[in-house]
Design a protein around this ligand. Structure first.
Ligand code: FMN
Length: 156
């Protein structure tokens, strides 16, 4: 399946769910920072996850993750995944989203498009390398972002 989109709008305005784990033990969170591109001769998706996120634990212990996109009318449900932690609510069985196994990872029946990604690279974004006022603006609390680059293995 092809995925044609305005990538700037897709993350920033329409948001996505980032999911990692297995069908019986996974977590998802809303993301609006991310990108699609090419590196190491592979099509890749890049996502940025702060170290405080429960989802990060699943990103670090699983080889695959998914990035999934939803119709506009589901934005309120997608927003819940970005305002509550899987440490506090059961995101595996939340009303309005039906999980499904996708390869070795997980997405939801309601997704318009799911990118199944195989992790290639992880690195903390070092505040010392940030130019201008980025570090002060975004990392005053020390909650660093980790960049995950995943090969887009399949588009569903
Ligand atoms: C619109 C929106 C976009 C977000 N984008 C990101 C993001 O790109 N990276 C990130 O670390 N957190 C992002 N968040 C915050 C997480 O989704 C939020 O902290 C979530 O509750 C984490 O859930 P978890 O603890 O179950 O992983 C975003 C939240 C919203 C509402």
């Amino acid at each position: 399946m092809n995925f044609n989109t305005d990538i700037f709008e897709q993350f920033d305005k329409k948001w996505a769910l980032l999911t990692a784990g297995t069908a019986d033990n996974f977590n998802s969170m809303t993301i609006s920072w991310g990108g699609l591109g090419t590196i190491w001769n592979k099509p890749v998706a890049t996502v940025y996850v702060r170290k405080s996120r429960y989802t990060k634990e699943f990103m670090d212990t699983n080889e695959f993750f998914t990035v999934s996109f939803y119709p506009e009318e589901m934005k309120n449900i997608i927003g819940v995944y970005g305002s509550k932690s899987g440490r506090d609510i059961d995101k595996m069985h939340y009303e309005g989203l039906t999980s499904k196994a996708v390869g070795e990872s997980v997405s939801f029946e309601e997704a318009m498009v799911t990118l199944l990604c195989r992790k290639l690279f992880v690195q903390r974004l070092d505040e010392a390398n940030m130019l201008g006022n980025i570090a002060d603006t975004f990392y005053g609390d020390g909650d660093s972002h980790f960049m995950y680059i995943g090969e887009v293995f399949e588009i569903l």
